[in-house]
Write a protein that binds this ligand. Structure first.
Ligand code: PEP
Ligand code: MG
Length: 595
């Protein structure tokens, strides 16, 4: 029977496919299809992992010290039994044979099936065996990771091929950590739904950057949707339709075709300069997460990178951070790809919903009673790790020898942080000079994303060449709304008059002293704000490459001067959003229909 679930629309478009339920803890597992001739060797990988784990468990048991509690040995027996049980390994082989899933995916798919059966058991003792099963699967996955490299896994950036011609697949999970989103680029999924998450959580941001339809905060989705259900993800409306009727399916297929056509039309603007009706030039830059994303930025017609979120290079490395040379290579790749256009590299913004090791925002909230968004994050973390920080600064400076680099500091709120940062930068320059390593001039900018920084902007501007407004955090901290929490998502309001005033004031004060000002938060890629921001005097916007064309279209249709005359009225309105919509109608009335 068909039914709908409602969540938050976070990434536009429509995805139609069969649901693949993945436990949140297993989203990091690679998902791809193996070709029919590789099925048997994929089963061999599973078999070898099982033998390795059996050996591991038997050795553990044999070497247990005499004084070890008897329960420990019994527990290892249970694990060995689960390992040999056909409902785990036999069924996993079936997933590989029937669906051509890779071994890790097949194993986690079977774990999902069994975990549900355990959850439904009446007997508490049996129900608790689910944790043992998860531990056994964890061991198997680790054994596979240690095993011979899987040369058939698609390389990063390569689209996984559907060898078996299966139906398109969409992922359904309770939550997805931002770092796991990067797996998506290598996976077969065409969209996703999660139970939790906010519109500007980093998981949602990465989904937008990849331009895959997504709905987050759909509450019970992963509990209600069943493996293999056909679902439609309407990423524009935030609706998930489970088991759609053929009429609904046809309607959504039609919409898919329409949006492909309109994207195609918009992409023709790629090489058109972004200039308003009254002749104001506007800079449309790209936000990227990984060096490979720079290609998409270039293809979309970006005139530079306005935000490179370098923290994604630091995640999921088991605590081992990328060294100076590795970072330098990553930054240099982007600088070279952008062919002389400016590249704004932000120093790491680790913390809050972007922990170093994989953990979703939801897990973080439960693991740490304190609010991580207000904790050791971004520049605070960097300054607490001076060695790591200088290493990153050196790597960024070195990349400047290959093109135009701007350095961006996230989340500054205190002048003491500004001074410490500039000192670290000066030190990094001295170290490079002493080591005889080349670097060039780098402009230094601050992210304005804490209201305190916006309120004391003139003092900050004395130290920086430019500022970039991070509206995602500025809204979070101004309104005291956790951006990753779907429970308060309805209060996360970019149109709040307090937010608009901070934006307008930051733009005006920066321009008044001749300093560059950009917006790199999600608001920059939302066409609903473009006219107003142009009216406020903003001439530099940074967004996901996929959003550039539609923002450009709005820029081309806007008279910035007429909007400038309206800014005070909007700022004074109780409900700026509807006021702004009314103004847009006034300035650009819909065409009159012929009588
Ligand atoms: C922001 O806060 O608006 C921003 C661009 O940074 P991030 O989303 O990475 O916190
Ligand atoms: Mg931010």
């Amino acid at each position: 029977m068909s039914f709908q679930l409602f969540g938050l629309p976070v990434s536009r478009g429509v995805a139609i496919g069969r649901a693949v339920l993945v436990a949140s803890s297993r989203v990091d597992v690679a998902h791809y299809f193996v070709s029919p001739d590789r099925v048997e060797s994929e089963i061999d990988r599973l078999r070898s992992a099982r033998n390795a784990v059996a050996h591991e468990l038997s050795t553990l048991q044999r070497d247990l010290p005499a004084e070890a509690p008897a329960e420990l040995s019994a527990l290892l027996d249970v694990h060995l039994m689960l390992l040999r049980d056909e409902t785990l390994t036999g069924a996993t082989k079936q997933w590989i044979r029937d669906r051509h899933y890779n071994a890790e995916w097949a194993l986690s798919a079977q774990l999902e099936v069994l975990a549900r059966q355990f959850d439904e058991m009446e007997d508490e003792y049996l129900r608790e065996r689910k944790a043992d099963l998860e531990q056994v699967v964890e061991r198997l996955l680790r054994a596979m990771a240690r095993g011979p490299a899987d040369s058939f896994a698609p390389a990063p950036g390569v689209q996984a091929r559907d060898f078996a011609g299966e139906d398109p697949l969409v992922l359904v999970a309770n939550d997805i950590a931002p770092a796991d989103m990067l797996q998506f680029k290598r996976s077969v999924f065409t969209g996703f739904v999660t139970d939790v998450g906010g519109k500007t959580s980093h998981t949602a941001i990465v989904a937008r950057s990849m331009d895959i339809p997504a709905v987050v905060g759909a509450r019970e989705a992963s509990r209600i949707i069943r493996q293999d259900d056909w679902i439609v993800i309407d990423g524009d409306a935030g609706i998930v339709i489970v088991d759609p009727s053929s009429i609904v399916l046809e309607e959504y297929r039609f919409r898919q075709r329409q949006s492909a056509l309109s994207r195609e039309r918009l992409s023709r603007l790629r090489h058109t300069p972004a200039v308003t009706l009254d002749g104001e030039r506007v800079e449309l830059l790209a936000n990227i997460e990984l060096p490979a994303d720079a290609v998409a930025a270039l293809d979309a017609g970006a005139v530079g990178v306005g935000l490179f979120r370098t923290e994604f290079l630091f995640m999921n490395r088991g605590g081992e951070l990328p060294g100076e040379d590795e970072q330098f290579e990553a930054y240099r790749t982007v600088v070279e790809t952008m062919k002389g256009m400016p590249v704004t590299i932000r120093t790491v913004d680790i913390g809050a919903d972007k922990p170093l090791d994989r953990m979703s925002a939801n897990e973080l909230r439960h693991e740490h009673a304190l609010n991580p968004a207000l904790g050791l994050r971004a520049i605070r973390w960097s300054l607490s790790e001076p060695g790591m920080f200088r290493q990153q600064l050196r790597a960024i400076l070195r990349a400047s020898a290959y093109g135009k680099v701007r350095l961006l500091i996230p989340m500054v709120a205190h002048l003491s942080e500004v001074r410490l940062t500039l000192e670290a930068l000066a030190r990094a320059r001295v170290q490079l000079t002493e080591a005889g390593k080349a670097f060039s001039n780098v402009e230094v900018g601050a992210m304005i994303e804490v209201p305190a920084a916006a309120l004391v902007l003139p003092s900050f501007l004395r130290y920086f060449d430019f500022v970039s407004i991070g509206t995602n955090d500025l809204i979070q901290y101004t309104l005291a709304i956790d951006r990753a929490d779907e429970a308060v998502a309805h209060l996360y309001d970019p149109w709040h008059p307090a937010v608009l005033r901070l934006l307008s004031q930051t733009i005006a004060q920066s321009r008044a002293v001749g300093k560059g000002v950009c917006i790199c938060g999600e608001v920059a890629g939302d066409p609903a704000f473009t006219e107003l921001l142009l009216g406020m005097g903003l001439r530099s916007f940074s967004m996901h490459p996929s959003q550039i064309a539609s923002i450009k279209q709005t820029v081309l249709r806007t008279d910035a001067r007429r909007w400038a005359a309206q800014v005070e009225r909007v700022l004074g309105a109780d409900e700026p959003e509807s006021h702004c919509a009314g103004l847009a109608m006034e300035m650009c009335p819909p065409p009159k229909l012929a009588a």
